[in-house]
Every structure is written in C-alpha cells, then in structure tokens.
Design a protein around this ligand. Structure first.
Ligand code: NAD
Length: 484
C-alpha cells in the first residue's frame, strides 16, 4: 500500500478508530492505495470531547487573532499545492489540473474566511437617547461537517475556514472512499497554528454520521452528499434539535437557444458535462435544445470527442459507478434515444483496471425517461428537444432538484426571461458551471438543499453563528425610558 492506514485525527493526535477496516482504491488504476478504519459511536464521542475541551479557549480569542491562522493556512495550501493536488488526483481519480483547480478553490475559500472580521463587526444603534442596542456574532459551539467523495479537498474547505474563523470547533467526517486529503488538511491546519482539538477528523460511514446527528454536544451539522442521505441527516439532526444544512444531489439543465455563440457554447457545455468526469453537483447533465440548434450540437460532439479518458478526462469513482453510468446510457438507447457520442466500455491503455467512462452525448431523450430525471453523475449529457422556450423552462422546472441551471443565448431579454424562471439556486448565463465566487454563496434549491443558509460565502455566517442582542442604558440616573 502506498499510504499508511488512515487514522482519526483527534486533539492533534492520530488515533486508531475501532470499527471495520475498508480498502481505499485509486480509481485511476483500481489499485489499493491505503486502508481506513471506520469510526464507531464511541470514536465520534472522543472527537466531540476534544472539540468541546478546545471550544472555550478558541472562542474566547478575537476573530482578528483567529484569522491569522487562516492567512498562514492559505499560504500552506499554496506552498503544498502540487502534493495536495496529486493526493486528490490519486484518491478521487480526477485529472491533475482538476485536482489543482480544487485546491486553488480551497485557497480562495480560505481567503474569504480571512475577510470575516470585516463582515462580522456587528451593529449598534442608539434606539432612545442614551440607550443603545447592539448585535454581535457568537460561535455556536462544537460543529460537524460531513462531506462527499467528489471534492476531497474543496468541500471540506467549504466549511472549515468559515466555521473555525467564526470561533467554532469542528469534527470533519470525510467520505470513507477518499479519506486521505482530510488528514493532510488537519496537518496543515496544525502547522498553521490552529490549537489542538479545534479541528478533528473522524473517518467512517453510516454509524459515524448517525452518531454525529445524535450527539447532544454537537450544535450544528453541515452535510454535503446525495439527496437520499441529506434527507436522513437533515431529519435526524433536526429531530435532535440541532441546526442542519444539508446539500444534496443535482440534475442541472442547460437551455440552449439557436442564436447562442456556437464555439463558446459547444466548448462550455462539453467542459461542463465532462469536468471531474461529470461527478460535480454543478455538471451539465441535461441540455434542452430550443428550435434549430443542429449546428451547436454538431460542434458540441466534435468538442466532446476531443476529451479522452486517461488524458484530459479522469476516472469515475468506482467500478460500481462505472456500471451504473453505463446502464443509464444503455437504458436510454433501448428506450429510443440516439447516442451521438458513446463512452461505454472504455479502456485506457496501461490502466485497464481503472474506472473510466468516455464522454457520452445522447440526443432525443424524452423528459419522462429515467436518464432525464435522475442524477447520472458521469460524463453524460442528455439532449431534449423542444420548439418552445416556455416548454424548455417547464422541463427545467419539473426537476426534483435545483442546484444549477444555465441559458446560452446572445439575446439579453431571453437570458433574463430564463434566469428569472429557472427553479435553481445558481444560474449561469453563457456559463456552463455557474459556481458563485466568494463573497457570493454556494447553495441550491428544492431537493438539492435542505436548510435555510448556503454553505459558503456571506450566507454561511448565519449558519456558523448566533446573534447576541444587548440593550444598554449608559446613564441610568437620567431615568430615560428605553422605549421612548
Ligand atoms: P453520499 O450521500 O453517498 O455520501 C456523503 C456522506 O454521507 C459521506 O460522508 C458518507 O460516508 C455518508 N453516508 C453515506 N451513506 C450514508 C447513510 N446511509 N447514512 C449516513 N451517512 C451516510 O454522497 P457521495 O456519493 O459521496 O457524493 C456524491 C453526491 O454528493 C452526489 O449526489 C452529488 O450531487 C452530491 N454533492 C452535492 C453537492 C452540492 O453542493 N449540492 C456537492 C458535492 C456533491
């Protein structure tokens, strides 16, 4: 095994968990690169105790002091960029460039956290003569972050810098499929000067997640993963009276109009459907072609054929994922859809045991087919045809999900018409992956997110803090009525 077996990181120390052991595979060639021990309820409790112990001292520092750690952490992410990117590439299977883009985004997320002192100065108003009301942000306490396999470095960093800079202490439960990056993040945070116990990692699966949802000393839970599990975590955490934010699956629609810029649309759509092998919650999954867009579809297929597994297209996460993706394609074909570019049964020379699916473009998909409705999570684009813009919007609106939607056109009023009516939290106009950049927030609608706030940016401040409102009479002898 290339890497030492992965242990929990609790109170600044590597600690053996007590559950079952799982092999960690590299999707690139199917080899076993490490092993992870899953945590039980009592392992989670150990991490909570460490975070609870660290909370009073950490939350008593000023935010100006706390962000100093994150200035250093951002620098460490940059200094270790190559190594961190290779680790993401190895455990997740994405390309080196994609892995590097992920770590760069982690640095940008950390940069935002460094600006939190400017955004959390609180408010003060003289509400009556000599009487003031002030409002301040307080951390909520011990918090947890549960993350998926598709961004082993970036998704943990959606929550870590903001939650910690705002004074909380955290337990991260990364995906057991990609446990390696989480421990490197913990080491870098320690190197940046984060006190022991402020950030802890527990590896594990269902039992660890359930223990987090049930633990009385965890105040807030952030979850990112599939809608199926997001619903479980949201319901279980809320029923235990915690605040929960749970981001789920996606099915992102791109509405393409005939006047769209051909080159730009084709390359954007091809990049959006294949980036990270389609395993992005922001990936283009369904294209609604309005009217005659033959020329764009032709160019899109040309672009898709230039994307080669093992070269500029990474692997999907597992053999099971490869089989699931290919079965969606085969089912659509059997139901009458036309495969324009076929990525099934792809073998990469020298990496025959890797989990690769080539870019796949499927035309004449009908809105009631399974491939049109469900999240495929692979480099697959389903094209649905319509002659009517309102019909295209209806197709987008009928999705159970609502992470992202995009419109490709050069007509400003059509773009605005679609942007206003799409039922999604993140909208792209001539952009295939409309991830908002800091200070804007990331979060979907409908079954793509449960909870009120978004996970990043300004909106996340409300999730990681509670407000204290203080009313002060400075000159009690003046007998001023605070209501007057
Ligand atoms: P997943 O739901 O299988 O796993 C996510 C986390 O939940 C992991 O830490 C896992 O250990 C845990 N988990 C899995 N099964 C569980 C169970 N039965 N009970 C309790 N915990 C459980 O998701 P995944 O396959 O790792 O990630 C892919 C999914 O994540 C896709 O659906 C994708 O759209 C979604 N995702 C969404 C966003 C977003 O911003 N909305 C971002 C990234 C990924």
């Amino acid at each position: 095994m290339k890497y030492e077996p992965v242990k929990n990181y609790i109170g600044g120390k590597l600690t053996e968990a007590s559950g079952e052991k799982l092999d960690v595979y590299s999707p690139i060639d199917g080899s076993v690169i490490s092993q992870v021990t899953l945590s039980t309820t009592s392992d989670v409790d150990k991490a909570v105790q460490a975070a609870k112990e660290a909370f009073p001292a950490w939350s008593n520092t000023t935010i100006k002091e706390r962000v100093q750690v994150f200035f250093r952490y951002k620098q460490l992410l940059e200094e270790n960029m190559d190594e961190l990117s290779k680790l993401v590439q190895e455990e997740n299977g994405k390309t080196y460039d994609e892995a590097k883009a992920e770590v760069l985004k982690s640095a940008e997320l950390t940069e935002f956290a460094c600006s939190l002192p400017q955004l959390t100065a609180g408010e003060l108003l003289e509400v009556s003569r000599g009487v003031e009301c002030r409002e301040e942000f307080y951390p909520v306490g011990v918090v947890a972050s549960i993350t998926p396999f598709n961004f082993p470095n970036m998704v943990p960093n959606w929550t870590i810098p903001n939650a910690l800079a705002l004074g909380n202490t955290m337990i991260l439960k990364p995906s057991e499929i990609v446990p390696l990056s989480a421990n490197r993040i913990a080491e870098l945070l320690t190197e940046a000067g984060l006190p022991k116990g402020v950030f802890n990692v527990v590896h594990g699966a269902q039992e660890a997640v359930e223990a987090i949802c049930d633990h009385p000393d965890i105040q807030a839970v952030s979850f990112v993963g599939s809608t199926r599990v997001a619903k479980i975590v949201y319901q279980r955490g809320c029923s235990n009276l915690k605040r929960v934010m749970a981001l789920g699956s996606a099915k992102n629609h791109l509405i393409v109009l005939p006047d769209a810029n051909v080159e730009m649309t084709a390359s954007n759509v091809a990049a959006s459907m294949t980036g990270c092998a389609g395993q992005r919650c922001m990936a283009a999954s369904a294209m609604v072609a309005v009217g005659n867009v033959e020329h764009i579809i032709e160019k899109l297929c040309e672009e898709a054929r230039k994307i080669i597994p093992g070269k500029n297209l990474g692997a999907v996460i597992s053999k099971k994922a490869k089989e699931r993706i290919e079965s969606y394609i085969t089912e659509a074909e059997q139901q009458g859809a036309k495969i324009l570019v076929d990525g099934r049964n792809y073998k990469v020379e020298g990496k025959e045991n890797g989990f690769y699916v080539g870019p796949t473009v499927i035309d004449y998909v009908k809105p009631d087919m399974r491939i049109a409705k469900e999240e495929v999570f692979g480099p697959v684009l389903s094209i649905m045809r319509t002659d009517d813009l309102d019909e295209a919007i209806k197709i987008e609106n009928s999705s159970q999900y609502g992470n992202a939607a995009a419109v490709f056109t050069q007509n400003g009023s059509y773009a605005k018409y679609v942007a206003e009516r799409a039922s999604a939290g993140m909208i792209g106009v001539n952009i295939g992956v409309p991830v908002p950049r800091e200070p804007f927030s990331f979060g979907g609608w409908n079954d793509s997110k449960f909870g009120v706030t978004d996970v990043t940016g300004k909106s996340s401040i409300a999730f990681w803090t509670k407000l204290k409102k203080t009313t002060i009479k400075w000159n009690p002898e003046s007998r001023v009525n605070w209501m007057s």
